[in-house]
Design a protein around this ligand. Sequence first.
Ligand SMILES: [Zn+2]
Length: 701
Amino acid sequence: MKLLLALFLASSLAITVRADDLKTVEAFRDAAAKANSTLTVPDWDQTPETIEASMKSAIATANAALDQIGAQDLTKVTFKSTIVALDDLGYQARLAANKATIIKETNTSEAMRTAAENAVKLFQDWAVGVDYREDVYKAVKAFEKTNPKLDGEDAKLLKETLRDYRRAGLDLPPSKRQEVEKLRKDLAKLGTDFDSNIVNVQAPVVFTGAELDGVPESFLTSPGIKTADDAYTVKANVTWQYITVMENARSEAVRKRLYVIHDTMAKENVGVLNQMLALRNKTALRLGYKSWADFQTEVKMAKSGAGAEKYINDLITGTQPKFTAEVAELQKLKAADTKDANAKIFTWDFRYYQNQLKKQKYAVDTEALRVFFPFQKTLEGMFNIYQRIFDLKFEKIAVPQKWVDDLELHAVTDATTGEPLGLFYLDMFPREGKFNHFAEFEIIGGKLLPNGKYQRPTVALLCNFPPPSEGKPSLLTHGDVETLFHEFGHALHAIVTRAKHSRFAGTNVPGDFVEAPSQMLQNWVWDKPVLDTFAADFRDPTKMIPAETITKMKEAKLATVGVYYRRQFAFASLDLALHAPHPEGKPYDSVAISNPILEKVFLPIAPETTFVSYFGHLNGYDAGYYGYAWADAIAADMATVFESAKEGYLDKQAGLHLRHEIYEPGDSRHVTESIEKFLGRKQSVQPFLKKIGIGGAQKSR
Ligand SMILES: [Zn+2]
């Protein structure tokens, strides 16, 4: 996951640390000056009042800059006084929003978090209005009319700025423009309702001990599960609880009951979604697009709804034999289990029988692997690998203002030239009120500043790894390690950027590409030579992970990958279908569109379910879910560069190539060009097909 957000700190806990053995940011300032760049530790607001004041001041500054653009003499407009000025002011305002976001996600004080949340909302409301500043738009158009000779990144910035205005409706006659503005505001409101309905769902389901036969004891004794004598309350809205029961409950009736409740959650969203679809469709039509999918994909690699749809449909067809074979394996298990030769695999069965398959056939004990991944050693191991392949140096430095005791700050420099490239914070363990997933957040993006210096980025990793306990280090699962390699990849993408304009810097790349480099890095933790550089039993560091264990893990993954991807493709496909061309006056029935696709592409469902009502991606990733599979294919394709390199995933030449051709340019040139430069050839979907067991010599089982 990749979130552009940011951070903060509890005033009462703000401690200034100047440990003697740690350098400070100051120590890097000379080297930065030599490289004509600047390295910055944010000044964190310490009270709810200053959070609000900072945001208001940032908005006022941005408004003044907008006024200045709008008030200039239209006969003297320049690239700098219009297009770059817009990039500058948007960047400055985002710095305040990023900081507020980090405070909202990390502060130990609820009052601080609430103030920060309000500040972020203030920013979002302001940001929508920026598009509709006619005076500013006139200045931009006046500059366009000068027929400027721009090239490269500058030409791209002008083109995309104009595109933003067109997409907001500024090219339309005033009455239609106002209609689009209103549609956008109404949509934003409905989107908030849709999200709130999902966040607010409570779906406790009470089972008896006998009903939960098969579910591990460790689950039944988890805090909050046992709620009375022989009564266990499973919250369908809490993912880990839902999945544990779906993977382990022997009773089909129990699995079905829980699944129906789960896939009917936030049912009131069906109506909300139908309205959203109608408004999105209307907006797209007013702006001259055939569908919302066309509108959304225009700015992505896919370019059109049809392009995304074809991609997913080809994968659906391509995975058919592998998917059929996997379901047949599961069916055999169910037939033996139920003594019914004709037993069918339904949506409420796949997790349970996949789990059975993994246990019976592959015997991989994922819990036992934790001893190989103590947190600190794993982190250092990953650092060593990334420093080596990307020619970087990471140094832990003193944190000037801490929002939590174990917060770390690290400086990144180029290992060869010593040029400082950026800073990253690590906030790695869970606590009350903190962001509860794993993500990289941009705090300060890269940008060539008006004073001619380059602002180097500062980012944060907010994670929730298992905390250390008395006498025992934090021990990660293999999945945690994969997540760490993935998220830190986003941090590097942001930090080593060389893009001039903030719009193009770091991870500000098309949504169907942004995950690809990080998804590629997940391969590293499935590679024995990589793992052997750091993964050792913490009780006896001479013990490495046995090769046959890694092989079995890969086999188990391959044996279930068809079902995994078909479910992904079903989601992508229904999302595109909901946003496909649709007659303007015709009401939407989102369930009637999506349920048949779930059945056709994935597995039989219970007809009364309303899967889309709880599918949060439909607000935010709308007509964009296909992007995960899209990026997966690019990730597998890019991985081949390392796989054919002399030192495999540890190859420095391939790593530097990735740094220079993918990470550094960001979106300053078309990502397709960057990908092809990195690959040294056109893109291919074959490596992805091979990876999921349906291409080349890979036989389907
Ligand atoms: Zn990600």
